[in-house]
Structures are given as C-alpha cells and as structure tokens.
Design a binder for this molecule. Sequence first.
Ligand code: PLP
Length: 415
Amino acid sequence: MKDATLALHYGYEKDKEKAMQVPIYMSTAYEYEDTDHAARLFNLEEEGNIYTRIGNPTTKVFEKRIMALERGVDALAVSSGMGAIYYSLANLVKSGDNIAISTKLYGGSITLSTQTLKNFGVEARFFDPQNPSSLEKVIDKKTKAILFESIANPSLVVADFDGIVEVADRFGVVTICDNTMATPYSIKPIELGVDVVVHSASKYIVGNGSAIGGVIVEGKGAKEKLKNYTQFNSPDESYHGLVYLDKFDAPFISRARLGLLRDFGAVLSPFNAWLFILGLETLHLRIERHSNSALKIAKFLKKHKKVKKVNYPFLKSDENYTLAKKYLKYGGGILSFELGSYEEAKEFVKKLKIFSLVTNIADSKSLITHPASTTHQQLSKEELKNAGVPEGLVRLSIGLEDVDDLIEDLREALK
Ligand code: PLP
C-alpha cells in the first residue's frame, strides 16, 4: 500500500461496534482473563494490554501508522518530542559514554545533550551535519549515539545523510534522526540507512497546534549495531534476566517501552494519540500545501528590496539547495529572512495581520518568530552574529491559509 492509504487504514481492526474512526480507549488498566493470563502477560510470553503507561490500544494505532510511514519495524509514542529524544539517547548511553550531536539542532536537544546529560556523566561532542569527516573526528569507542535533524530547526540546514550513515556504520554507532521538520512525506531516513527516527508529533503530525507528543521509530538496521551494546546483549535483572536482543525483533523500542517508559513514565495521553491519528490522515495533503506556499513566499521575499537574505532549502540560491534536491521531496513550510535591523524587524512584526507572533512551528495558522527578541534574547550582538541569528532575522511557519492573502499581509507589513 502507498502512504496515503496506510495513513488512513493501517493498524486498526474494527471491533463489533464497527466504529469508522479509531476509538479512544481512556482506560488506565485492563482486565485479565485469569491469573494464568496475567502471569503470561507479565512474563512477556503473550502480547496484550496491562496498563496504559506501557501500552494503550489507541496509542498502538498511532504507533503502527507512523512506523509504516517511516518504514520502521516498531514505534513507541511518548508525551513530547523532547521525551522521544531523551528516551532514544538514554536507551543507548551509560555514564562515561559520549554522544555525537549535530551543531544544527533544535535548542532543546542541545540543552538536553550538553547540560542535562552531562550531569548523568555523558559527554556531548559536536559535528557539522554537512561535513561527515567532522563526525569521524569526534567518534571513539565510547561514542554510543549520533543525533542530527533531517532539516534543522531553526537553521534549515539539510543533513548529508549518505556521509553521516557511512561514518556511523563504519564505527557501529546508532544514528538518531529527528524528522520533525521534514516528515516522512518529504524524506524517509530509515530508507537512507538511519537506525532510529524521532518526531515531535506536536508539529506537522498533529498539524494544528493543539497537542504535545512525540514518537520514536526503530529501523531494521538498529538490531545489528545493538549487538555491541551491553544493555541489549546482557540480561536485564529487572525482567528476570531478559536479553532484549534474544527476545525481540525490535530490541530498541522494546527496551524503551519495557524499561524506560515503565520507569520514567512519560506516557502519551490516548486522547493526544487520537489527535495524532487524525493528523496523520491529512499529513500528505498539508505538507504539499505548506511547501508550495512557502516556496511561493520565499520567491516573493527574495525579490523584495527591503529583504537582505531569504533562507529556504528549495530556493536555488540557498546553501542547502543541492542536498535538499538530493534528499527531500518537499522544501517544507518553514523559511527565514533578514531585515535591515532589530527595529525594522520589530516594526514589521507589529504590522502583520494574519501571521501571529508565536514560538512554535507547523501550525495550520501562519506564525512568525523574531529570535533576537525571544529565543535568543540573552545573546549579545556579537553572540547573535556567531549563532547565525542576525538581529533582523525573522522565521515564518507558513500555514494553510490562501497563499495570496499571506503574500499580501507580508507586502503590506514591509511597506
Ligand atoms: N525537535 C524539533 C525539531 C523541534 O522543533 C521541537 C520543538 O520545537 C522538538 C524536537 C521538541 O518537541 P516537543 O515540543 O514536542 O517536546
């Protein structure tokens, strides 16, 4: 089946009520047939529902659908995108290990890696996602994970997948790709050799800024690499000596669910899982529309005399154009551009009528962010320059409104 069909049908079997839409199972726990049945479930001899912290029938449908779209072997939904990233890293590292992270990551992922994980005895080392030899330089025997984004937020840098995967495979290190910005309709990292894909489902998957959630997808290549990770090839005492690699076809997700979700508990609400199921149904239509509108707007801005520079991967003039055309089907709905000064950007934002000033992306409604006055406010002029965030830079998340109205709004605000 093709993606649009999978997104509407995969993983849901109707019960006797024949509900067309996946039912929301708002239930904490599930009744056992008898004590033998309960014992079989607890002993992992049989699959079934026990307690919603480690599995829920509504959430299962969402997990199966995103797994199918990403061409993975299993998936685990959690309560936020940051939860998905944290669990993926925590599944691979122990105190004394290190991780290689792209310099072009969402700010939250950088803080998690360089600050929080540091307190757990894990070191983060940076590499340039467009320069695989910089990755090779930071890897050693203690490197257990490589984290990067397909299209980076907010820099819009497109990763050199072939280069990163080649180095990671040579060293046997598990790769984690955050595919939030691109979505599986634009790129399928697992088909390019990536081991684990993560998403903030709060963005394009839900598609309308209504719910927070995250998901992890395991690719078929992860299992081979995990043979060298002790937590996967040795007995887990918390499960009577279970060896994840022996027991499961998808050991990465199985351990994340049975160990990390059991103990840390950042479970997704079944209601949010249901919103994500609805979101996936129309994701293909929305991504095409967001991307077509964003390209049209990027071209409009590029010609405008007040605009110093436009960043959009599908613009021929963009630094990412070659890699974007090589890997991506769509340019995505996010672009940024530079006005002359902090004051000019402030005035421009004030005059907009349709775009809302919000620190988020991927809503159905168009959004604008001015990093220098918000996310990057604490930085000095010099630091802003080094971070690649000029004072006059604004980021647009193009919504689903009529693109002519959006262009008119921008044109008026630029006057
Ligand atoms: N990854 C990317 C690329 C993001 O843009 C974000 C949030 O903006 C996250 C992860 C974190 O997701 P969440 O807000 O769902 O925790």
